[in-house]
Every structure is written in structure tokens, then in C-alpha cells.
Design a protein. Structure first.
Length: 203
């Protein structure tokens, strides 16, 4: 399409965002299915439903403009999809894949937030006030989704870190500091057992 006016530029951006939302509508179910964590799965599923509303809102903007959506390929989701597929080839464990998907989802939300800010500013500039509430609704849901995905990624990251630091049960050295020696084992001054070799860690 020929870009000759601010209105044309707005329409081009609207078409690009329409392409983004439609592609995300196809990708979000994949991320939900891959997610090991129930909360992450629920977040992706919920945002899939919101994304369909975003598509409907954008279609209403096209109606306000009196235009049909034109094919404007956005490489944003395609790039995220390539990164996702490349990560899958590494055969990551389920926990790592869930974390990667949360990060990817958060990244896509940040890009969409920037895109909607631009569209709202352009709509205000050219007097398309009817489009603004529709775009603002999409923007607010993208912001909420980004915050939720970021919080989940942080929470799961902490959980995995704590699991990685958890002591292994029934292993030497994992007894509490006030543990008493077993029968027949004496403790020398300084806390070293009689059977320990000097200069070596008895763990």
C-alpha cells in the first residue's frame, strides 16, 4: 500500500498489529500446552481469549476507517516463533521450557504495548477518537498480561532456585548444627568427630 498521509501510516500500523494479534492467537495455545505450571497455563489461556477480543477491537477500527484489513506481514511473532523452535531443538526440561515461554510471552507483550502506544498517539493526532477507546482497551490488557507473565516468571525462577539449593535427604553433612553424635562416636573439641581425618572435610 502507498503511504502518502498520516492516515495511511495509521492504517499501515493497524494492519501490522492485526497481523501480530492473529499470529499470537495461534501461538498462545502452543505455549499453554507446553507449560508445566498450572498458573502459567492459565495465564496463556486467559490471554488467548483477550487476544481474540483484541482482534475484534481492531476490526472495529477498520470499520471506523471504512477500510478492509490489508496484508501487512509483521516479523515480530515470526521471530519469536523461530526463537521458540530453536530452543525446542535443545531438548530442554519441562521447567526450563515453561520459563522460556513465560519470557517469550513477556517479550511479545512489551512489543505490543509499544505498538498500541504508537497507534493511540496516531489516532489522536488524526482525529480518530472513536478508535482510541478500542485501542486503549487492548493496551490495558497487554499491560496487565505483561505484569502477570513477569510475576510468574519471577515466582517460578525463585522456586527452581530454592529447589536447586535444597539439601539432599539422608546425606552426610545435611544434619542440623545441633545434631548429636551416633552411639560409639565421640566428638573432639571444636566439633570434629573422633573418626574424622585431620585436615579433611568430614562431609
Amino acid at each position: 500500500m502507498a503511504i502518502q498521509s498520516p492516515r495511511d501510516l495509521f492504517l499501515y500500523g493497524l494492519c501490522a498489529m492485526y497481523d501480530v494479534e492473529r499470529k499470537l492467537d495461534q501461538m498462545l495455545p502452543i505455549l499453554a500446552q507446553e507449560s508445566l505450571d498450572a498458573q502459567a497455563r492459565e495465564a496463556f489461556t486467559e490471554h488467548e481469549q483477550e487476544t481474540r477480543q483484541h482482534i475484534s477491537n481492531l476490526e472495529q477500527c477498520f470499520q471506523i476507517l471504512g477500510s478492509q484489513p490489508m496484508i501487512v506481514e509483521s516479523n515480530m511473532v515470526a521471530g519469536l516463533r523461530r526463537d521458540h523452535d530453536a530452543f525446542l531443538q535443545q531438548q530442554p526440561p519441562a521447567q526450563a521450557l515453561t520459563m522460556f515461554d513465560l519470557y517469550a510471552g513477556y517479550q511479545s507483550e512489551c512489543l505490543e504495548i509499544a505498538g498500541y502506544h504508537n497507534l493511540i498517539d496516531a489516532a489522536n493526532s488524526i482525529g480518530l477518537s472513536q478508535c482510541v477507546p478500542l485501542l486503549q482497551q487492548n493496551l490495558q490488557q497487554e499491560i496487565a498480561a505483561s505484569q502477570k507473565l513477569a510475576a510468574l516468571a519471577h515466582q517460578l525462577g525463585l522456586q527452581q532456585t530454592q529447589l536447586g539449593r535444597a539439601p539432599v535427604p539422608n546425606q552426610p553433612g545435611n544434619q542440623p548444627a545441633d545434631a548429636k553424635p551416633t552411639d560409639g562416636e565421640s566428638v573432639r573439641p571444636g566439633g570434629q568427630s573422633a573418626g574424622a581425618k585431620p585436615g579433611l572435610c568430614n562431609c
